[in-house]
Design a protein around this ligand. Sequence first.
Ligand SMILES: Cc1cc2nc3c(=O)[nH]c(=O)nc-3n(C[C@H](O)[C@H](O)[C@H](O)COP(=O)(O)OP(=O)(O)OC[C@H]3O[C@@H](n4cnc5c(N)ncnc54)[C@H](O)[C@@H]3O)c2cc1C
Length: 335
Amino acid sequence: MSTGFTMFEGRVNFYCAPVPRGRCPGSWPTVTTGGYAMIVSNCEVYARDYAGWQWCLKEGTLGGSVPVFDEIILSTSLMDKVISLDQTSGVLVCQSGCVLETLSNMLEEKGLIMPLDLGAKGSCQIGGNVSTNAGGLRLLRYGSLHGTVLGLEVVLADGTVLNALSTLRKDNTGYDMKQLFIGSEGTLGVVTAVSILTPPLPNSTNVAFVGCAGFTEVREVYTKAKTMLGEILSAVEFMDGEVLDIVLTQLPLHSPLSSSHPFYVLVETSGSHDQHDKEKLDGFLEEVMSKGLIEDGTVAPDISKQRAIWAVREMAAEALVRAGVTYTVREHSLY
Ligand SMILES: Cc1cc2nc3c(=O)[nH]c(=O)nc-3n(C[C@H](O)[C@H](O)[C@H](O)COP(=O)(O)OP(=O)(O)OC[C@H]3O[C@@H](n4cnc5c(N)ncnc54)[C@H](O)[C@@H]3O)c2cc1C
């Protein structure tokens, strides 16, 4: 069966697919970079008996990290230490097994945030994020990991440890080796440590959720948001009615709006002056309403309502998996 529906950031087709299940003779956790170097450099010995390697095994929503034959799993879960945090520059250096949400919580206490956030934050690790070049919900504001990752330590396939763990943002020396490993899904080596730039924690956040009649209106809302909200715009995400229906059917969540629409757009602002930011957001909403670009909308004044709106977006991937579908093709994109 194949049909079409739209999810945030893209038009997608789905097909009925079972949640990927694999099998594996065992996993190999280790606590040091040298431990990985030893295991990986002995790869040839094991290759006689085993088909290949998987570095980890956590999210794997689409099955990319699921062992299907006799692979060995290298687990980075024990490598979960923060190596250093410079609160002036905002540069965090940590081991690759740190869970994204744990890092986020630690940074928030120090007035900083991770430059990426995504629904899988409670279980995914920074090494997995780097290896999949995870985009996430803050990409509009802080850019991709190709810009925010400053350095990596990687164990290559022959056991060589590549130390490219720079903490310098303005580093224009020679080849930028780390870029090869961002998004390479473990094919070039095991990421064992990450140096990443963390921005200041915004002290004023607002979230609006609006309903639109079509994708043309979604694009115009996005354009208006960029021009009218400018420097305080921190996220724009859209989803279509079919995906929202799946989320509401599969999970105990409520629609932020009482009415149904073909498309929905979530707009988030993050800034430093609450009253100024709210006035800007109100002006934007009046403009898109008066131009007929939105049919309905709501603004979340407090953190609990903001979280409830974000949950609808963040849990979309899990709802799709529960529905037994996965996404394959992108046709629509805002950025
Ligand atoms: C609910 C949910 C919401 C999501 N939302 C978003 C989103 O909004 N935007 C987005 O871009 N993505 C999203 N994702 C996908 C997400 O980016 C990835 O699942 C996550 O970044 C993978 O990290 P992980 O630690 O779970 O890696 P795993 O699933 O364990 O591994 C993923 C791949 O990376 C490799 N790998 C893992 N760790 C290392 C390492 N240390 N060194 C080398 N290779 C390694 C593995 O071999 C595998 O190929 C979402 C996923 C879920 C489940």
